[in-house]
Ligand binder design. Structure first.
Ligand SMILES: [Mg+2]
Ligand SMILES: [Zn+2]
Length: 236
């Protein structure tokens, strides 16, 4: 039976909405949209964009908490996590979002035992906020706040097969460094155009159904299973 280490994105993958977008729309001082545009145009890295945008939040901790408490998650995620834990597979949340928000949202769903690798949100004055990026890697071509490809390489050095679950641009650098991807939305498109072994999912209800195939108990991953085997065999 195969053992997998799972790296799971948060915003748009576990959560329905993007936490940082919700906070900026509600509490952002004028100018945060212009930063977003500079990032989209490739003028600044996503790490620089996030750091500057978080510095533009104007909210008390209570205001921030009440906005975070409205963020919904994929209702099948807790069951997926339990199914993965029953198999003894490690799962970590790797996110270019905010550690504080992720932990608070997970705790609301009774989940307190999952490692979270994300940017560190810290208070700065009574209504100000700042960001530190302890998992950044400036040598990565993407230069996001949390370099997911570095996380993927670290997991692979533990000689485990690594599965990435994600939905968007913050997952692109890791997608090419893992053994298999469960991909939503733009990440699905990216995996297809870059010939990365993946299967498309809409959410965690589907991801649960794919676990037996991932474990090698069945072969109904809706990709050519031999390509998954080939890729995995090449490393073991
Ligand atoms: Mg995402
Ligand atoms: Zn990277």
């Amino acid at each position: 039976m195969a053992t997998w280490s799972i790296l799971c994105d948060f915003d748009g993958t576990i959560s329905v909405d993007d936490v940082t977008d919700v906070l900026l729309e509600r509490f952002g001082k004028p100018g945060w949209e212009a930063l977003e545009k500079r990032w989209r145009d490739g003028e600044i890295s996503s790490r620089m964009c996030m750091q500057a945008q978080i510095g533009m939040l104007d909210a008390s901790k209570a205001e921030l908490d009440s906005a975070i408490d409205e963020i919904r998650i994929d209702p099948a995620f807790p069951a997926f996590l339990r199914a993965v834990q029953r198999r003894g597979w490690p799962l970590a949340i790797v996110s270019d979002g905010l550690d504080y928000a992720i932990r608070r949202i997970m705790a609301r769903h009774g989940i307190t035992d999952v490692p979270v690798l994300a940017n560190k949100l810290m208070p700065s004055g009574s209504r100000g906020w700042m960001l530190e990026s302890p998992h950044a890697n400036t040598t990565c071509k993407v230069d996001s706040g949390t370099c997911k490809c570095a996380c993927a390489r670290r997991e692979q050095s533990k000689t485990q097969r690594v599965l990435l679950i994600g939905d968007g641009a913050s997952d692109f650098c890791a997608a090419g460094s893992v053994d298999f991807v469960f991909a939503k939305y733009r990440l699905n498109e990216y995996c297809r155009t870059h010939a990365i072994h993946h299967t498309s999912i809409l959410g965690f209800a589907e991801a649960i159904e794919l676990l037996p195939a991932l474990a090698g108990e069945t072969d109904d991953l809706n990709v050519a299973p031999q390509s998954l085997e080939l890729r995995v065999d090449a490393r073991f």
